[in-house]
Design a binder for this molecule. Sequence first.
Ligand SMILES: N[C@@H](CCC(=O)N[C@@H](CS)C(=O)NCC(=O)O)C(=O)O
Length: 201
Amino acid sequence: MLTIYGHAKSRGVRVLWMAGELGLAYDHKDYLPRSPGTQTPQFKALNANLRVPVIDDDGFVLSESMAINFYLAKKHKSPLLPTDPKIEALVLQWSLWETDRLDRQIVNHARHTSDLPEAERKPEVAKEAWNECVAAFDVLEATLGKSEWLTGSSFTVADLNVAGAMFRGLVLDLSKWPKTQAWLKRCWDRPAAQKAKAMRG
Ligand SMILES: N[C@@H](CCC(=O)N[C@@H](CS)C(=O)NCC(=O)O)C(=O)O
């Protein structure tokens, strides 16, 4: 049995989206970040970082949303992870790129412009985060000017991982990056994405 730990209001949304794409049955422990369920010795044994998402797949425990999605797609021989080693490497490239260039930056921007109570927001943090987002959006725009999807002509784990992490981008004005905006919409319009999004409540 597959167990997914992590509320859809966390980076867990990416894994829930992937489980939906693959049509997997799973037990969902919808723990919010830092919620009591993540502070127990049992959870610490699953992920010493005390973070979600984590999966337990018949005793195989894995954290890091990007790695989880790669594993699930590979295990289930999904076309979302083509067997061509070059495409597989591009999937890893984009997943690692997102983690480095966009993941915390887009969250920090949201936190310091809207999510945090006004008194805790720091405009200089928001600005720095936004500058890094802009650089990342420019990279996506250039890539999506050459192909419909990040790794070529079909939707892959790369698109899911990067678009999943760009959930916050759905409410940003991305009109300066029209190809990225259209790609993000195409990704999130997928039924499995809509279902995962709805789980955020
Ligand atoms: N790189 C990790 C990041 C995981 C992460 O930061 N999760 C957040 C929720 S979105 C969390 O659990 N935070 C708890 C904390 O910061 O203590 C991944 O992609 O899975």
